[in-house]
Design a protein around this ligand. Sequence first.
Ligand code: OAD
Length: 255
Amino acid sequence: MTERLSLPGALVQRLRGAQRWTVLTGAGISAESGVPTFRGAGGLWEGVRPEELASPEGFRTDPERVWRWYRHRRDLMRRVEPNAGHRAIARLESHVAAFCLVTQNVDGLHARAGSRRILELHGNILRSHCFAQCGAETPEDETAVVPRCRCGAPLRPSVVWFGERLPQGVFEESCREMQDCDVCLVVGTSGIVYPAASLPQVASVAGAALIEVNPEPTPLSSLCTAALRGPAAKLLPALLSEIGMDKEPVLPPGV
Ligand code: OAD
């Protein structure tokens, strides 16, 4: 059964009328699909030095270890399914005039849930490219421990590692979307990894309503118009129901 939220009536009216929405997601949105988050008990960074697995230096030092870790995560991500939180975000997109989903996640679950306009800030774990950036389109040999590019250099997963730049233009586009939105939903992120964590601040300074969905408070909470404390797969469908965006949108005849 869909939970009832106790949002103030004025905020519900504001959200119902808002036409330009952005959403920023982090690992927490996929937690209920069975994908571990990074921080906290049982998180991916627990007991490991992140730079050993997620930096160019770590890859140069031990590419086999890095690939083993990413294969393990890829295998997991191929087995899991989008959850009600991912689906609620896809549904929201079909109800509003302008929409942009900015995600820090590399698991591809938003696209599988039906989201269309997605900016992937940290890349996608299911893709690879040449570590030497030779530019060749290389089909991947899934059997090699360290797959190789046609040019002979190792391939690497197409995710952003510590010390690397975000994919060209993606952050700039995300900033523009945040500046222009009426509402920014911030879902399942600890809000401590920059520059992603600056995006809700951009939206807030530009006058958008900021709604956080997270069981725990974060450094972004103090900026928020409302904080919904609980799991995304439960609270996002509840939010959509509260603002009348939980059904298939009715399109005008001829569309
Ligand atoms: P974190 O692991 O830092 O934070 C996950 C957040 O999700 C926490 O604030 C949790 O309270 C929250 N959470 C847990 N379960 C949830 C649920 N069911 N519903 C909603 N929220 C829930 O993950 P990110 O903020 O995504 O970067 O981490 C940011 C970046 O740090 C990642 O993209 C990754 C990592 O290093 C790179 O790999 C470049």
